[in-house]
Design a protein around this ligand. Structure first.
Ligand code: FES
Length: 100
């Protein structure tokens, strides 16, 4: 699968999530102090948006009921009962690329 350019690195600020819709999928991209990660944006509990949650290190908290997701692994905590998919992110000197 070819890498998809998702835009310049300035669009992905440290400690924030950015939601992208790619091929009908909502994907949340996170910048944890210069490391970029991507997971499914939709919380498996009841559809909250992880990209709108607060981050602590590599963990983001769903804004609806507090499930957490580790953006490195996709591992989620209750009340989510499943994990989320992760996607590889790479960057060149200016842009980020996602491997779907
Ligand atoms: S929708 Fe995410 S914890 Fe409920």
């Amino acid at each position: 699968m070819p890498l998809r350019n998702i835009g310049p690195v300035e669009n992905f600020p440290v400690g924030k999530g950015v939601c992208l819709e790619i091929d009908g999928k909502r994907i949340a991209v996170f910048n944890t102090t210069g490391q970029y990660y991507a997971i499914d944006d939709t919380c498996p509990h009841a559809g909250g948006s992880f990209s709108e949650g607060a981050m602590t290190g590599s963990v983001v908290r769903c804004p609806l009921h507090g499930a957490t997701a580790d953006v490195r692994t996709g591992s989620c905590s209750p009340p989510a009962r499943a994990d989320v998919e992760t996607y590889d992110i790479s960057c060149d000197s200016t842009d980020l690329f996602i491997d779907l």
